[in-house]
Design a protein around this ligand. Structure first.
Ligand code: ATP
Ligand code: MG
Length: 263
């Protein structure tokens, strides 16, 4: 089982869009996937068509230790399950529980969950305790970056946080890759920013890049990942390409596990 967080404290860079659509694309490739929403904005939860008002058990209860993971799981499809979030995660109460304040809440709540090939976690745009709990739990992070000015601003703080968690609590933690999001090949700016990202991260940058595509922005309001909402769109193709790269499968779908993405 691989556990991957989408993290970047910079807001609006494509964390949620990537977490949702990578999850759906991996499921499309036959993987059993659990998506966990760890952001109080609950955009990921809404993107799967789940109504926050009707959810009784959520990720909040995993942070407070009041529920087991199994109780919070909702099925989006046979292969794709979701642990939703609601705005109450923003209240600050969740982080106060003894487990969460030590960073261990998610890890404890999800221990023993073996039914999945992938657990994909969406993070909030902060480097607070919720994020730390996620980094203590996962083995890998994907850092999405928006191909705009200031893409690399704040990245050293993010890398320091990852390194700190790695040194102190979670030696398995690695960076699976950096992902260029909202890429527009027609603009010099996008190309230059991608160049900068590559200079900074070298081979860690995924070959797949996510083009700006209106279908990706529309699909959450239909409660579906883009692969279900607009399967022919560039957005769907780009996230399938990312899923194959994460999976280590060639574009022709052959040679599974030929190339595992490693740090
Ligand atoms: P936050 O930090 O607030 O959690 P985020 O990093 O999760 O934001 P998203 O919510 O994924 O970022 O994306 C920000 C906005 O950009 C959303 O409205 C989303 O629909 C849109 N968006 C993301 N990726 C694309 C894309 N490739 N093409 C077009 N729109 C996109
Ligand atoms: Mg988000």
């Amino acid at each position: 089982m691989r556990t991957i967080a989408l993290t970047n404290q910079k807001g609006g860079v494509g964390k949620t869009t990537t977490a949702v659509n990578l999850s759906a694309s991996l499921a499309r490739l036959g993987q059993r996937v659990l998506f966990i929403d760890c952001d109080a904005q609950s955009n990921g939860t809404l993107s799967f068509g789940l109504n926050a008002g009707r959810l009784e058990t959520t990720v909040y209860d995993l942070f407070t230790g009041e529920a087991r993971a199994e109780d919070a799981i909702v099925r989006y499809s046979d292969l794709l399950h979701v642990i939703p979030a609601t705005p109450d995660l923003a209240g600050g109460e969740a982080e106060k529980s003894p487990l969460a304040s030590r960073g261990q809440a998610l890890k404890q709540a999800l221990a023993g969950l073996t039914d999945y090939d992938y657990i994909i976690v969406d993070c909030p745009p902060t480097l607070g305790l919720i994020n730390v709990n996620v980094l203590v739990f996962v083995d890998e992070v994907i850092i999405p970056m928006q191909c705009q000015f200031f893409a690399l601003q704040g990245v050293s703080l993010l890398l320091k946080t990852i390194e700190m968690v790695q040194k102190r609590v979670n030696p398995r933690l690695t960076i699976a890759g950096v992902l260029a999001c909202m890429y527009d090949a027609r603009t010099t700016l996008s190309r230059e920013v991608l160049e900068e990202i590559r200079k900074h991260f070298g081979s860690k940058v995924f070959n797949a890049k996510i083009r700006t595509n209106v279908r990706l922005a529309e699909s959450p309001s239909f409660g579906k990942p883009v692969i279900d909402y607009a399967p022919e769109s560039n957005g769907a193709q780009d996230y399938m390409a990312l899923a194959r790269e994460v999976l280590g499968v060639a574009a022709d779908g052959k040679s599974p596990d030929a190339r595992q993405v490693t740090a």
